[in-house]
Design a protein around this ligand. Sequence first.
Ligand code: SF4
Length: 454
Amino acid sequence: MSTSNCPGLLHIVPTRDGGICRIRLSGGMLSAAHAEALAHAAEQYASGPIDVTNRANLQVRGIRAGHEAAFSMALIQAGLGPGGQCDLSPQAAAAQDTVRNLMISPVAGRDPAATIDTRPVAEALLAMLLAEPRFAQLSPKFALMLDGGERLAMREHPHDIWLLALPRTCPDADACVQFAFGFAGCPPSGIELASVSRAWGATSPSQVTALVRALLHAFLDLAQPGQSRMRDLLVTHSPEQLLQQARTYLDFAPAPVPEWPQTIPADPMLRFGPHRQRDASRWWIGAQPPLGRLDTSTLRALAQLAREVSASSTLHMTPWQGVLLPDVAQQDIDRTMSALTRLGFACTGREPLARMIACTGSSGCARALADTKADATALAQRLGASHDIHLSGCPRSCAAAHQSAHTLLAVAPGTYDMYRRDGSTGFGTCAARHVSLEQAAGEIARSARSTSDV
Ligand code: SF4
């Protein structure tokens, strides 16, 4: 069933600027030691940049022809392969690599407002995914989301199966948490009470692994050739049929969806700057590398900074293609912010490139009709202020799985169709066709003046 040409640890895909390797990170987390190993391997075997992806993974570009296997083995031996094992054979690593598509909040276990710490549940899910050989048949794009109710969470990114922790009124809050679940989309937000029908049941944290395992087997049982994603299956089968098939793998029945509580809305601006953690003596500090792109010396500098200021010596990638340093003591906040600023990162959402994303563009992708990265930089300079903008070299939208306030879709070098977010599908409503960067900047600035910005 897996026919995608999606890059992976051992599936290095050739492109205009060399091979691409995607390194799936558990919960977006990268230890300082792993960051240094990755920088070392990229220096040895690649010549391109390192991109943070919209699933909080990393992608190394420009892997030199003939060095693909050596690059992959260097990462596996450093512990960046499935399950962190350093002695996996290439065959075993390839079989397990692509099933690790599980997104959690970059501040899972650290946000004081979260309903539950999802990290133990996520660990159990990943172990289950790796232990079932049949799940290697899933598409490398088949993705799960486990949302613990954190304020910093990418809820607009559709997933094949999503689970959202619902807060309950109960003497023992943790024991009372239930995960509502749904398919092929996003969880409803706190204000979309009418959308509760998008959830198909609920389960306790201890039953999540068994439930997801059953749903994945049911998906594989029912999917026909060509149905690689949940949305494809739901064209021919109802969610009730999927659940009925899943029940054959379960010794319990999922509970009905409970009354939907008023959940705390996500606030993506918490990806910038310092924020106090659940352990009130520690902070996370978020920052945005320009257009989600790092070079090896920046990655090494981040690793060194994590060793110096993060009690866990880790970096967390975010689905906004940014980086968080967790577990920073209050007295280290200023120097961490200064170090990130020196690296060229945006530490507030006010900087012109802070909320701008762009796909690889014509410098590395043969499909691209424009040099989106260079155009994004030029557009940010013209605007001189922060706006939520996505530049895409073609309709595949590799840089964003959600809808940005403004999307510029390339039609020719330096020329774009402009879309505005309106809640409809795709990029939103087309507001102007064939605009230059200058015209796009004018339109976006006008739109920001006539609304409360976006
Ligand atoms: S969105 Fe299109 S042009 Fe941009 S990187 Fe993806 S395939 Fe290439």
